[in-house]
Design a protein around this ligand. Structure first.
Ligand code: NIG
Ligand code: FE
Length: 444
């Protein structure tokens, strides 16, 4: 017989959060979405969730030891000794991999939200000293301790919506001490709580105020990035990726190339904010550089789509931005999928364009606005997100040997996850065998 006991929902997410029993047999899933098979997924393969009805998982030492139909997994010798968690007919899937966030920022920009509703555009607000520079001012003034408390609260919410790994970008510091403050915080946050954090340097988010006063300012700021910050960040291993906001009002394609080429020489893999407000050719640059991803893509043209379809650069779509900014032009997800691009979805959690950390909300937008099917959206938010972070051998699917990172939703059919928009149906989130979110007491 299986042993039974009650496991308390954690009051906070931290490394002191109690681990689940080890080994643990998890069964009673109406649908277990494995996302098995080789990643990344393109075209028709995006819709293949590898569903096991009445599926079970055996978790040992924070990893998946076995996965399959309930009868098969229960019959394994190890299962009889394992404690058991019955999911009561809910849906289990890999934890979401949110491959684009601006985790560390000091405050909301709700005041700009109202200006936007009254008709001001994102770029008009930025030209008047709002936008990214508004967040820079606030971040420079904030202590590391204050930023850490805010980020920890956000991480707890990410977990509550089923996310187990996020990418986090710097980019609200834009000088040496403040960029380093953010990147060191990424490290501290990764050590202080269980969610995975993948660090990206985004010193090229925009040109800071103090470098805008003279014509030579931009090249002086680029020199600060390439000659000082990038070498220091690379040698201290404070980031794995380097990103550039290549757009009107930020950096040109040529400047982006210059920055990313130096970053690559220092071992930081490139990614790009591409074709969000205007088409700059950033997508073609991303493909040329072999970037891990290029993100946004609202303004891509047919040749950009063709280039992505032949490359391993992930097309990461961020529909939260268009929704929040009230823009009608979403990225052409259907064309990208049909052409064979590797499509991923992410929140772009940030105070200016996408103040959400809910991947289920992003799935709803992907389905309702990008016309992706629920299955395609889930693949884009799990295994393809993992691929965008070069973590596909560890996370993003429920397969033997991978980390036991999964989310259980209080629904009987996975399509109900995006269907219930703005309603959080996430019931349990587990990261490497540790509970990071639980709605109820979990009966084991
Ligand atoms: O991904 N586009 C540039 N960066 C962010 C917005 C940052 C901000 O407005 O604070 C984005 O949309
Ligand atoms: Fe962004």
């Amino acid at each position: 017989m299986f042993r039974e006991r009650v496991f308390d929902a954690p009051s906070e997410v931290g490394h002191n959060t109690p681990a689940l029993p080890n080994p643990l047999l998890i069964s009673g899933a109406s649908q277990l979405l494995t996302l098995r098979g080789r990643g990344p997924r393109r075209g028709a393969a995006l819709a293949d969730l590898g569903i096991i009805k009445d599926g079970a998982l055996l978790v040992r030492d924070g990893r998946i030891a076995a996965v399959g139909p309930r009868a098969k997994i229960e019959a394994l010798p190890e299962s009889s000794a394992a404690e058991k968690l019955d999911l009561g007919g809910r849906v289990v899937l890999p934890g979401f991999v949110d491959s684009h966030t601006h985790l560390v920022h000091a405050a909301s920009r709700a005041e700009e939200y109202e200006l936007k509703i009254r008709g001001a555009s994102y770029e008009e607000i930025a030209r008047k000293g709002g936008g990214i520079l508004n967040s820079v001012k606030k971040l420079r003034a904030a202590t590391s301790g204050v930023l850490k408390t805010r980020a920890l609260a956000a991480l707890k919410k990410f977990a509550a919506y089923g996310t187990t790994t996020i990418e986090a970008k710097s980019g609200y510091g834009l000088n040496v001490p403040s960029e380093l403050k953010i990147l060191r915080l990424h490290q501290e946050l990764a050590a202080a709580q269980p969610l995975g954090i993948v660090s990206t340097f985004l010193g090229a988010h925009t040109v800071p105020d103090d470098y805008r006063r003279t014509p030579a300012g931009i090249s002086q700021y680029i020199a600060l990035l390439t000659e000082s910050l990038i070498p220091e960040i690379a040698s201290a291993k404070l980031a794995e990726f380097c990103d550039v906001f290549c757009d009107r009002g930020a950096f040109t394609r040529q400047q982006s190339k210059q920055i990313l080429a130096i970053a690559q020489q220092h071992g930081l893999a490139p990614r790009l904010h591409a074709e969000q407000l205007s088409r700059t050719g950033a997508t073609q640059l991303a493909v040329q550089l072999g970037a891990a991803s290029c993100d946004h893509l609202e303004q891509v043209n047919a040749s950009d789509i063709a280039a992505l379809s032949k490359s391993s650069t992930v097309a990461t779509l961020l529909p939260g931005c268009d929704f929040h900014l009230g823009l009608q032009k979403y990225a052409p997800a259907r064309k990208l999928i049909e052409a064979g691009a590797i499509v991923a979805l992410a929140t772009d959690y940030n105070p200016g364009t996408s103040p959400t950390l809910s991947m289920p909300m992003i799935l709803s937008l992907a389905c309702d606005q990008l016309r992706m099917t629920p299955a395609e959206a889930i693949t884009a938010a799990t295994i393809n997100g993992a691929y965008a972070l070069r973590r596909e051998s560890q996370i993003g699917s429920l397969e033997v040997g991978k980390f036991a990172d999964f989310a259980v939703f209080d629904v009987a059919d996975y399509r109900e996850i995006p269907y219930y928009f703005g309603i959080n149906t996430c019931w349990l989130t587990v990261k490497r065998g540790t509970v990071v979110h639980a709605v109820d007491k979990v009966q084991i």
